[in-house]
Write a protein that binds this ligand. Structure first.
Ligand code: AMP
Ligand code: MG
Length: 392
């Protein structure tokens, strides 16, 4: 058996970023930017008024003084002339500040009379003006790789980018294996169960930006498994679930080898999830997950999450843990790296579940953290600070 870190290193060797494609700005959410993008235009592109009021010289904006209103500047309709001493231009939010003016007196601070106004509050130079480039300059760059969030899309729109270069989304084929499995909604026989982690894993991968397909369940015979691998053609990543340990019906290793799997490793010293195989299979990366629902989903967090990020051009690295204090004492760890299911109390402490059974999905659904215990870690007292992987 190899360590989790060794398994990750071997896996990461198989990963390189997928090709770049262009997508419309409106389809950019969650995609990873593949090139630095430059604003090429300042925002705002001109000195703009931040308020409704009057643009004038600060020297005139003194309580009691009276100035003449010579025109109007509205958003999208700049005033063509300039403001001289003793003059003002009626102005609205977002409009260009006319030449000669260096402050905006807000409309609440004037008394209008005919084409004149009297200032009632002294206003200083620069007041209520957003200078050109106040938000960003023309040479501002949004750097790649960045996973685009809603605010990034607004920013890129303001930068006038209608099309975005992004890494292609990883295509994942998910193969569940087992004579005992039926799909949700089907009628299981008395000796059958419902394929469950298949759907959890699909969702985990899609949250990370992958496109995952669930293939028909492969039965525990060579022909069925071969057919499933054939159907997986074109995927960047082939994930099998179950059938990867040494039981008589565990055929994944043999059939994958026959289909050209160049196996990097088999079996990782971790809990949950010991049986785990990986390697290159044609143009795809193949990862064989254990069948137990919790084991499969934990292995997805630990191994597949970084791969999906790396394929999208993000840094290829093991999960970066968060840290929190234990709510209670916990016992020593065994000789495998343990990802202990825990929830997080209102005070932010880790509450490690008493029961760590890797077949219990109901408990896993309650977990919000995987507390990472190195092999042979000693007992840990309440208050000890431990690393954990947050569960979304
Ligand atoms: P295996 O590795 O094929 O021996 O599977 C280990 C355990 O996980 C068995 O109890 C299987 O029934 C169960 N199992 C395998 N695949 C799935 C799946 N897709 N969903 C739920 N349970 C599964
Ligand atoms: Mg099986």
């Amino acid at each position: 058996m190899i360590s989790v870190a060794q398994a990750q290193a071997a896996l990461f060797d198989l990963v390189s970023p997928l090709p770049v494609e262009w997508v419309p700005l409106a389809a950019g959410l969650g995609r990873v930017l593949a090139q630095d993008l430059r604003a090429s235009r300042a925002q705002p592109p001109f000195d703009a008024s931040a308020m409704d009021g009057y643009a004038m010289r600060a020297a005139d904006a003194v309580a009691g003084s009276r100035v003449q209103v010579i025109g109007e500047s509205a958003a999208g309709h700049a005033f063509g002339g300039a403001v001289s001493s003793g003059q003002a231009v009626r102005i609205f939010t977002g409009a260009v500040v006319p030449k000669g003016a260096d402050c905006i007196v807000i409309q609440e601070d004037v008394t209008p009379f005919g084409d004149h106004i009297t200032i009632t509050e002294t206003t200083s130079a620069g007041a209520h003006i957003r200078p050109a480039g106040n938000d960003f300059d023309a040479d501002f760059i949004l750097q790649s790789p960045t996973r685009l969030r809603a605010a990034d899309l607004a920013l890129l729109a303001a930068m006038n980018h209608a099309q975005l270069p992004v890494y292609r989304q990883p295509q994942v084929a998910i193969i569940s294996t087992g004579d005992e499995l039926v799909l949700p909604g089907q009628m299981p026989g008395p000796d059958q169960i419902i394929a469950s982690n298949t759907f959890g894993i699909k969702a985990q991968l899609e949250q990370l930006g992958a496109k995952a397909r669930i293939l028909p369940i492969a039965r525990d015979n060579d022909a069925s498994l071969r057919l499933a691998f054939d159907l997986a053609a074109g995927a960047d990543l082939i994930v099998t679930i179950g059938g990867a340990s040494v039981g008589d019906h565990d055929l994944v290793g043999a059939v994958a080898a026959e289909q050209g799997l160049d196996r990097q490793f088999y079996k990782v010293a971790m809990r949950p999830g010991k049986p785990l195989m990986a390697g290159r299979m044609g143009n795809a990366i193949m990862l064989g997950l254990p069948g137990n629902p919790v084991s499969a989903m934990v292995c997805t967090e630990v191994f597949l999450h970084p791969i999906i990020e790396g394929l999208q051009g993000l840094p290829l690295q093991a999960r970066q843990p968060s840290y929190a204090q234990l709510a209670h004492d916990i016992g020593p760890n065994g000789n495998r790296e343990h990802y202990m299911r825990a929830d997080i109390t209102e005070s932010g402490h880790l509450n490690v579940f008493e029961n760590q059974d890797s077949a219990k999905l109901r408990l896993y659904a309650q977990a919000r953290a995987l507390v990472v215990r190195p092999p042979n870690d000693g007992p840990q007292p309440a208050g000890a600070v431990l690393p954990f992987i947050p569960l979304g």
